[in-house]
Design a protein around this ligand. Structure first.
Ligand SMILES: [Zn+2]
Length: 313
């Protein structure tokens, strides 16, 4: 330990209202609560380490999204086609959940800058665009958080490390012409979204890619990204859907491989003295227990690194 604060401090950001209450939908939105409960039950985090976010303000949301889209969401006036594109049913609870998730990622980003690492037990809605939502993503919580933290001068330069099985198309589009944000996405090539707007670095993986090949590509991508760009903060979009049992993914990572992935991202960030804010993103395993386990493992690995304190510089 090098005396840079309480070595066991890692704040988890979470709200019961993250649950979208979608019922029998492929998106298992009860996973947020189940992940939080598992982490508490297993003693990974204490209830007092969990803080509840405020919803993002509309002005925060407008740092990324168009005012007319925000207004349609708030007044329930999206068109039929706009709702169809979201692929989740519209409700006032959905709107509250996504505003909260955005507030949660702002808070997790802030805590990560202070403590070195933090996690939002939610968020990672990387398919949302300024003027529309798609692929279960209504608001881009990570982009909102980056822009708000930049506005507060809490950070200048941010990097997204997106390990969801689906490419981060919203992230790529939002930050395409922004030299202050580097977007790295490693994903399955033959999968939604089509087209894939270019990230700062995209790694397109073939169907059926397994642990070792995935991890070699990830390590290479992380080193290439950090050679090109030195961020003040990394947002880790830790999708659970590269898992071999995922219903919407075609990669073949094992549970162990996913844990090694988490450790690799977080260790490399730590070695480079870069704070990390974790968000959860997708996860559609045949068994909900697996999705919850993958998300909980990401946060357990983050907690293990937090417990080791910051590295000597
Ligand atoms: Zn996904």
């Amino acid at each position: 330990m090098d005396g840079t604060g309480d070595p066991t401090l890692m704040t988890l950001v979470y709200s019961d209202d993250y649950d979208l209450h979608l019922g029998d939908h492929v998106f298992p939105s009860a996973k947020y609560r189940l992940t939080k409960e598992k982490l508490v039950a297993e003693g990974v985090v204490r209830p007092e380490d969990i803080i509840e976010p405020e919803p993002a303000s509309d002005d925060d949301v407008a740092l990324v999204h168009r005012r007319d889209y925000i207004r349609k969401l708030k007044t329930g006036t999206l068109s039929y086609l706009e709702i169809l594109r979201l692929e989740v049913p519209y409700s006032p609870e959905l709107v509250r959940a996504v505003w909260l998730a955005a507030g949660g990622s702002i808070l997790a980003g802030r805590r990560a800058i202070e403590d070195g690492i933090s996690a939002n037990v939610g968020g990672g809605f990387h398919h949302a665009f300024p003027d529309h939502g798609e692929g279960f993503c209504v608001l881009h919580d990570v982009a909102i958080a980056i822009r708000r933290l930049q506005k507060d001068r809490a950070l200048e330069r941010a990097m997204t490390v997106d390990c969801d099985v689906h490419q981060g198309n919203g992230t790529a589009a939002i930050f395409r012409d922004d030299p202050t944000v580097f977007t790295f996405s490693i994903h399955q090539e033959n999968n939604y979204p089509y087209p894939k707007p270019p990230s700062s670095l995209d790694i397109n993986l073939q169907d059926g890619t397994e642990d070792d090949e995935y991890l070699a590509a990830l390590e290479d991508g992380l080193h290439r990204s950090l050679a090109r760009f030195k961020p003040d903060l990394i947002f880790y979009v830790a999708g659970a859907d590269p898992y071999r049992e995922d219903q919407l993914g075609g990669l073949r990572l094992s549970l162990d491989g996913l844990e090694r992935r988490d450790r690799m991202v977080l260790e490399i960030a730590r070695a480079n003295h870069i704070p990390v804010a974790v968000t959860l993103a997708g996860g559609y395993a045949r068994r909900l227990d697996d999705t919850v386990r993958i998300h909980a493992t990401t946060i357990r690995v983050a907690k293990e690194l937090a417990d080791r304190g910051r590295p000597e510089s």
